[in-house]
Design a protein around this ligand. Structure first.
Ligand code: SF4
Ligand code: SF4
Length: 187
C-alpha cells in the first residue's frame, strides 16, 4: 500500500458524506405527522373509498363490464310506466354491490360511467377502511356505498347520500354559476 493510500484510508470521507446527507434532511421541512391524531390530506386525484349515487345511476352496467376483476355485481328489473298516455319501460336497480376487499383501485369503473357527475367514484379522500373482519365489512351494498355505514370518512368529507360530489368531496369549491337561459344574452 502506498503512503497516499494509507493516509486516505485513515481519513473518514464516507462518514463525512453520510453526515452531509443527514444534515441536509435535518434542515428540511418535516412531512411526518402524528397519525392518527393528525391526518395528511390526500391529493384531489387520490383514489380511496367508493362513492355511489343511486339517484344518478342509469343502470347501464358499463362500470361492471369495465372492471377487470368482476367485483361489481348489478341486478335490475324493468317496470312499465305510463307517460303522457304512452307506455314506457324503466330499469330499476335491485342490487349494486362492490367486493371492495378485492379492488385494486384502478378507477376503470369510474372512467366508464357515462353520467355527469359520475355515479360511481373513488376520489373521496377517504382511506380509513381497516377492519378486523374483511368478508362482510369490505363487501359494500348500494346502501352502504351511499351511507358509508362502518367507514371512517376523512375529516370534512360527507357521505354520498349527504351530498358529496365526485369532484368536490369536501364541499369547499365554489359551485359553478347556473347557465344563462338561451336568448337572454345582450338583452
Ligand atoms: S377500481 Fe376496483 S371496482 Fe373499479 S374497475 Fe378497478 S378493480 Fe374494479
Ligand atoms: S356505469 Fe355508472 S350509470 Fe352505469 S351502472 Fe355503473 S354507476 Fe350506474
Amino acid at each position: 500500500m502506498s503512503l497516499w493510500a494509507l493516509v486516505c484510508s485513515l481519513i473518514p470521507f464516507e462518514l463525512g458524506q453520510g453526515l452531509g446527507v443527514t444534515g441536509k434532511y435535518f434542515l428540511r421541512k418535516k412531512t411526518t405527522v402524528q397519525y392518527p391524531e393528525k391526518k395528511m390530506e390526500p391529493t384531489d386525484r387520490f383514489r380511496g373509498m367508493f362513492g355511489f349515487s343511486e339517484e344518478r345511476c342509469i343502470v347501464c352496467h358499463a362500470c361492471a363490464k369495465a372492471c377487470p376483476i368482476d367485483i361489481i355485481h348489478i341486478q335490475d328489473h324493468f317496470v312499465e310506466l305510463e307517460v303522457d298516455g304512452k307506455k314506457k319501460k324503466k330499469k330499476v336497480l335491485d342490487r349494486y354491490d362492490i367486493d371492495v376487499k378485492r379492488c385494486m383501485f384502478c378507477g376503470l369503473c369510474e372512467e366508464a360511467c357515462p353520467t355527469a357527475p359520475v355515479s360511481i367514484w373513488l376520489t373521496t379522500k377517504t382511506y380509513e377502511t381497516a377492519t378486523y373482519e374483511r368478508n362482510e365489512q369490505l363487501y359494500f351494498t348500494k346502501e352502504r356505498l351511499q351511507n358509508w355505514q362502518g367507514v371512517s370518512a376523512y375529516p370534512g368529507v360527507l357521505a354520498p347520500n349527504a351530498g358529496m360530489l365526485p369532484e368536490d368531496p369536501m364541499g369547499t369549491k365554489p359551485k359553478a354559476a347556473p347557465a344563462e337561459p338561451a336568448g337572454k344574452e345582450g338583452a
